[in-house]
Design a protein around this ligand. Structure first.
Ligand code: HMG
Ligand code: MG
Length: 286
């Protein structure tokens, strides 16, 4: 027990992408700037997806241009295709993510492609990112349960993880997108993925719909995972995952990790202020 556990802050992206109100760019910039003082190594704050699909993220270039970059912090962006990668490189994203799924139903709903098509699409994105000197992270959604196809087999997740790992992703983030996973299912999935990706290159990305995200983080810690994605204020959800509630709150993950004897390197006061700011953004959106 003990040691450093990293929280990957995804609030400005996964947290805000689902808000109905078009949040002004200046508010997003203010949130990222505050988060930049908290001690995070990575903050996901942009998504270069089709603005027709996710209008909320259309100003991602302006967000990256407007923030004050803190030394040592990597500012991350989602890039579903080459067009997204070009926009991310132009906006000087420090790292990008390609994002696939472990079920055909979710893959189709979220990125309008079968799993096989999506992998074909990702390969040139990963190659071009590497050529531009930009790190690539890989996400897999619906790693235990899919809102369209139901339960997802651990082997299916491992199969997709292996493909993304072979493409050169430096870390694979495993998404319980609709937050219905039970600890036993999460453990079985992690065990299967750990057969093909080193466990210290795996991250847990758990939405908190059923209130089990912290339990799922604990079981993941037992399996050796040491990186968890979270969003300040528990904001978020995926627009193409009906019923997906917020990401697990960064503040809650931090507090649980500290209670378990881990270090996060984060300033709790800043997290409290950022959580309040994020919740205010949501309240104004309501
Ligand atoms: P498509 O409609 O099949 O693609 O969408 P297309 O190539 O036919 O493009 C349609 C239009 O979008 C065209 O414009 C393109 O130019 C434009 P038009 O010619 O009609 O004027 N376009 C773009 N514009 C700007 N930037 C781009 C871009 N790409 C196309 N990059 C596509 C396919 C993948 C683009 C679409 O499905 C998409 O953008 N999907 C993203 C959905 C999304 O953002 N979901 C949420 C993020 S994933 C998530 O939250 C899960 C995660 O948190 C983990 C978890 O919790 O599980 C990561
Ligand atoms: Mg998510």
């Amino acid at each position: 027990m003990g040691g450093y556990v990293e929280i990957f802050e995804a609030g400005p992206r996964d947290g805000l992408q689902n808000e109905k109100r078009l949040i002004p760019t200046a508010e997003k910039v203010a949130l990222v700037d505050l988060l930049s003082t908290a001690g995070f190594r990575r903050i996901e704050c942009a998504s270069f997806v089709s603005p027709k699909w996710v209008p909320q993220m259309a100003d991602s270039g302006e967000v990256l241009a407007g923030i004050t970059r803190a030394p040592g912090v990597s500012y991350a962006a989602l890039t579903p295709n080459l067009k997204g990668l070009e926009r991310a490189v132009a906006a000087r994203a420090d790292e990008v993510s390609i994002f696939g799924a472990a079920s055909e139903g979710f893959s189709r709903a979220n990125i309008n492609a079968t799993i096989a098509e999506s992998l074909e699409r990702f390969r040139p994105v990963a190659d071009a990112a590497r050529a531009a000197g930009v790190l690539v992270r890989g996400y897999i959604s619906v790693v235990v349960d899919c809102p369209y196809d139901g339960a997802v087999a651990p082997d299916k997740v491992a199969w997709v993880a292996e493909r993304l790992w072979e493409m050169g992703c430096y870390e694979i983030s495993l998404g319980d997108t609709i937050g219905r996973g039970r600890p036993e299912a999460i453990a079985a999935m992690l065990k299967a993925v750990a057969e093909v990706v080193p466990v210290d290159k795996m991250a847990g990305h758990y939405h908190d719909t059923a209130g089990r995200a912290l339990e799922n983080i604990e079981v993941s810690l037992d399996c050796g995972v040491r990186v968890f994605d979270a969003a300040v204020g528990g904001l978020g959800g995926c627009p193409y995952a009906p019923g997906a509630a917020g990401n697990v709150a960064t503040e809650a993950v931090h507090d649980r990790l500290i209670a378990l004897g881990y270090e996060t390197g984060l300033d709790r006061d800043v997290l409290t202020r950022a959580g309040a700011m994020a919740r205010m953004m949501r309240k104004e959106a309501a």
